[in-house]
Design a protein around this ligand. Structure first.
Ligand code: SF4
Length: 360
């Protein structure tokens, strides 16, 4: 059966690597060095839309395919029983309208659950989907998200995304967040809400990306905002555009973790004259430098310790457990990266290193 499905897997594949049996397995990172093998696929690659950056845009010639809901459910359950996958990531192009597309996804997921599939399911909602369908998705899946693609409405027209940023995207994201909150009280949808943006396809600024990411994390309680670096696709209007610098994606991920885990607000980030982050510097370091940060390691509460470059979540806990410290080298034992932290730490009223000396 798997050999017969090979072409379909290839056409509906979403960034998976193939094993020796040509089954598309995506190794999703789940913290630390752990990965979860997922069947990551589109429901259909037929799309009525024409987003400039996308390989599945309607005007582009590409072999298209689609799963029937029961067919996909049977494949997922078979792969699970063969111990090839521990979950499913299901997105889609929009072949008719958002509701009928999402209904097919729901039918497939419902069928997986009916067949006893108890593993992780990550479901992408189509922008503009009705609330009732969103609610059903949240009841069935472990994580539910909507890709916002760009940080504000200005880029939608430019990229030919003929959607309302306010109605089809932000309102739906809020609905997902509200349904997730309710479902989590019943022990469902434990992996929460996520979203994703394309970086570098339009002229979006880091300031706008950080601002909307802050909203998604802090107001909608998202578990993850993903950034997907633009890479031009042949036979699209953007085929001649340069791929985005990987460092930009990396700095945005660093910012995103500061927003999610470290209590930073989007307005605190430091941008250059073009509203971009400094690619050569950790954003946490830029903020500390800009504010001439000085933290007493023996006295500061956890939220202040977390503002120091070189002090992470676990290290801050260990500092509180093991302090007081008398000398700088003793910080190393609890995991402080002294090289980064020293200019921002004081001990017994003495700054451990002048920033000007550190920068030399
Ligand atoms: S709606 Fe989605 S699949 Fe269709 S062209 Fe736009 S980004 Fe691509």
């Amino acid at each position: 059966m798997m050999t017969l499905k090979r072409e379909k897997f290839r056409r509906l594949n979403l960034g998976s690597t193939y094993d020796q049996h040509t089954v598309p397995i995506f190794h999703a990172s789940c913290g630390g060095n752990k990965c979860k093998p997922l069947l990551k696929t589109l429901m259909t690659s037929h799309c009525m839309n024409d987003c400039k950056f996308c390989p599945f845009r309607a005007e582009r010639y590409v072999h298209r395919d689609k799963w029937e809901p029961k067919e996909l459910a049977n494949v997922a359950v078979k792969l699970w029983k063969m111990r090839k996958i521990e979950g499913v990531f299901l997105s889609s192009s929009v072949y008719k309208d958002p509701d009928s597309t999402f209904e097919s996804q729901l039918e497939a997921v419902q069928e997986m659950r009916n067949l006893g599939f108890t593993e992780y399911i990550h479901l992408k909602v189509m922008p503009g989907t009705s609330r009732d369908l969103i609610k059903q998705g949240v009841q069935l899946a472990d994580r539910v998200g909507i890709n916002i693609e760009f940080p504000n409405k200005d880029h939608y027209e430019d990229m030919k995304l003929f959607l309302s940023f306010k109605e089809d995207i932000l309102k739906r994201l809020r609905w997902v967040a509200e349904e997730v909150k309710k479902a989590q009280k019943e022990g469902k949808c434990k992996a929460g809400l996520d979203s994703q943006m394309v970086i570098g396809a339009s002229d979006e600024t880091d300031k706008d990306i950080v601002r909307i990411s802050g909203y998604i994390y802090q107001e909608l309680n998202a578990r993850r905002v993903y950034y997907s670096r633009f890479d031009p696709v042949h036979h699209t209007p953007l085929e001649g555009k340069k791929p985005e610098n990987p460092w930009r994606e990396y700095r945005l991920y660093q910012s995103s973790f500061l927003l999610r885990d470290y209590g930073f607000k989007s307005k605190e980030f430091v941008f250059d004259g073009n509203d971009r982050l400094n690619l050569k510097e950790d954003p946490k370091f830029s903020i500390a430098k800009e504010n001439d940060l000085l933290v007493d390691i023996n006295e500061a509460p956890q939220k202040e310790l977390l503002r120091v470059p070189g002090i992470g979540l676990k290290t801050a806990e260990k500092i509180i457990e093991k302090r007081p410290f008398k000398t700088m080298p003793s910080f190393r034992q609890v995991g402080v990266i002294v090289k980064r932290a020293a200019p921002f730490i004081e001990l017994s009223g003495v700054r451990q290193m002048r920033l000007s000396r550190w920068l030399k």
